[in-house]
Design a protein around this ligand. Structure first.
Ligand SMILES: [Cu+2]
Length: 173
């Protein structure tokens, strides 16, 4: 029982070193030196210390008997789009931003695209519904785009200053 828990402990250590991938190079398994085998045996018998045993594991990794592959961190580039649909200008119409509440992870670049027949702009607004200088576009003619990258989580409201009844939301988490 004592030995089993030691083995479990070591497995946890090794697995936490490499969250990505571990493989054993069986081709060189016969190259495992006797001192490694003895260290494992003696560790099981309580003769050698945990430190010596872990040094032995380290030796196996450094000599590629245990192959540890750690993939490089590749930053994820995420993009999302919000369409300003045809008829968005019409206060009596249903031309809501699409999507009306965009939910995205932090680091996402959002592109607004004006698909309406008249110019619009995108103005970030604060809690009281007034324009704040966070993301603010010039007038966007039909087909024009505006983009902003959301680096911090939060709920962001915006509207079009020409058609202030059009309020949209970007939720970043
Ligand atoms: Cu507008």
């Amino acid at each position: 029982m004592k030995n089993a828990s030691k083995v479990a402990f070591v497995l946890v250590i090794v697995l936490s070193i490499s969250l990505v991938s571990i493989s054993v190079n069986f081709a060189s398994a016969q190259a495992v030196p006797d001192w490694v085998k003895n260290t494992a045996l003696w560790y099981g018998e309580g003769v050698v210390s945990e430190g010596e045993f872990l040094n032995m594991i380290k030796f196996l990794i450094e000599n590629k008997v245990i192959v540890v592959e750690i993939s490089e961190h590749i930053p994820q580039v995420t993009n999302a789009e919000i369409f300003i649909p045809n008829g968005n200008f019409d206060v009596t119409g249903a031309g809501f931003y699409s999507p009306l509440n965009l939910e995205i992870p932090t680091g996402t670049t959002v592109t607004w695209i004006n698909d309406d027949s008249v110019p619009h702009n995108i103005q970030s607004i604060g809690e009281k519904g007034k324009v704040i200088q966070l993301f603010n576009s010039p007038p966007l003619n039909t087909g024009d785009k505006f983009e902003f990258t959301f680096e911090e989580s939060g709920v962001y409201n915006y509207f079009c200053s020409f058609h202030p009844w059009r309020v949209g939301v970007v939720t970043v988490s």
